[in-house]
Design a binder for this molecule. Structure first.
Ligand code: RUB
Length: 285
């Protein structure tokens, strides 16, 4: 990281890079909090603010929520206020997403999920608090095991959870009633989420299970180009051999035809409707 950075922004960037802060919402929220502190303490110039925003956004290239938030902060006449308002709106949206989605959790049934999504876990906790009894099947999520976070969250919320290796998804899919997945990027023709999501979606379709994406509209990729997939270091796989190539993509794309609906702050909507509302929301912001 060349040049000097405000320590809290630098610490946050490193934690995002190392996935100690993970998931699109947490990445965006923690970045906004660090930037707000920077602005309040240092009253930086526009140029320095944009340099710090650049440091944060470059850690995870497949995060439109972060990129949309940073663009709004940089365009604002009062960047500290913009950070505070965006942080607030994540909270409001989170409550509305839980409210819109908890009824979809089948009483007495099984939900299947992949990776760790704070949006999915929040919705499941809401369903539990509203009296739904259900169990969750979830993957461990190689190579960095974000499924362990899902396990901890569910067990501490007293939700029955069973974890298995990623490649067991198709084996367990017939027992699932519904598939709930998070998203990093809502795309005009689908969504991008943790690597392996498209396989989960294909298995859901093959087994006739409804798949919902739980995703705030701030995650819309308005760039006009498909979100680039972040390539993570090969060392995360924990194996090396001379002559062997290793690929470690962090995310993959799932097409809209495999998605039954998007659970967002505007309700549970067909993906194309969610996309059109997301465009309007970003234009208004
Ligand atoms: C996390 C991941 C999550 C989405 C949504 O990937 O793919 O499903 O980010 O999470 P990583 P949330 O661990 O590589 O960040 O609902 O919390 O925004």
């Amino acid at each position: 990281m060349p040049g000097r950075y405000f320590p809290e922004v630098e610490r946050t960037a490193v934690a995002i890079r190392d996935l100690r802060i993970q998931g699109a919402v947490s990445v965006a929220r923690r970045s906004l909090s660090a930037l707000r502190l920077f602005i309040e303490r240092e009253a930086p110039s526009r140029e320095d603010l944009s340099r710090h925003a650049g440091l944060l956004s470059s850690q995870r290239p497949t995060e439109p929520a972060l990129q949309n938030c940073l663009a709004l902060v940089l365009a604002s006449g009062d960047p500290a206020l913009a950070c505070a308002q965006l942080l607030n709106s994540f909270q409001t949206d989170f409550a509305r997403i839980r409210d819109a989605g908890w009824r979809f959790v089948p009483d007495g049934g099984t939900v299947l999920t992949h990776c760790h999504s704070s949006s999915v876990v929040g919705l499941l906790k809401e369903a539990r608090e509203r009296g739904r009894r259900f169990q969750v099947y979830h993957t461990e999520t190689r190579p960095l095991y974000q499924g362990h976070r899902t396990a901890r969250d569910l067990v501490s919320a007293r939700i029955r959870a069973t974890m298995f290796v990623d490649s067991a998804v198709n084996h367990f899919m017939p027992e699932a009633g519904i598939v709930l997945l998070g998203a990093d990027s809502l795309e005009p023709d689908g969504f991008v989420n943790k690597i392996g999501t498209s396989q989960v979606a294909l298995s859901a379709r093959e087994n006739g299970k409804p798949l919902y994406v739980v995703c705030g509209l701030m995650k819309f990729n308005a760039s006009g180009a498909r979100m680039a997939v972040e390539k993570r270091p090969a060392s995360e796989l924990g194996f090396a051999l001379r002559g062997l190539a290793i690929e470690n993509p962090a995310f993959d794309f799932t097409p809209a035809r495999l998605v039954k609906g998007v659970v967002c702050e505007e309700g549970v909507l067909p993906l194309r409707k969610a996309v059109s509302l997301a465009r309007k929301k970003l234009a208004r912001s």
